[in-house]
Design a protein around this ligand. Structure first.
Ligand code: AMP
Ligand code: ZN
Length: 112
């Protein structure tokens, strides 16, 4: 998907600060961090959102979540952290390539 921003990050066409990589996943720092640690974890393959990924390849969804936990450990988030994936318009999803936000490093407020 050449018009997808995160596919372009996977291909190296758009620069990002990678912090964790596996054969099928990539994690990089969010360009507009909302917390001291704010990393996005994505599958290298294009899937529009978590529902599509869950339907197409539940094993890859598990890998993405496992990579998010690895990032949290690597970032030293011993006090806790939040994994978040916005899905659809009501949640305010802006990039339609599924991504898990890893947020931590400060006391996080309530959701909603
Ligand atoms: P969402 O609103 O859940 O779709 O999240 C999209 C996230 O992507 C936002 O937190 C943005 O700050 C982030 N973002 C947008 N463009 C880039 C980029 N080029 N590199 C890293 N993060 C980005
Ligand atoms: Zn994509």
């Amino acid at each position: 998907m050449s018009d997808c921003l995160f596919c372009r990050i996977v291909s190296g066409e758009v620069a990002a600060t990678a912090v964790h990589e596996t054969g099928r996943t990539l994690a990089f720092r969010d360009i507009g961090p909302q917390a001291p640690t704010h990393v996005l974890v994505i599958p290298r393959e294009h899937h529009p959102d978590v529902a599509a990924l869950s339907d197409a390849d539940p094993g890859l969804l598990a890998e993405v979540l496992g990579a998010a936990v690895a990032v949290a450990r690597q970032e030293g988030l011993t006090g806790g952290y939040r994994l978040l994936t916005n899905t659809g318009e009501d949640a305010g999803q802006t990039v339609h390539h599924v991504h898990v936000h890893v947020l931590g490093g400060r006391r996080l407020g309530a959701l909603g």
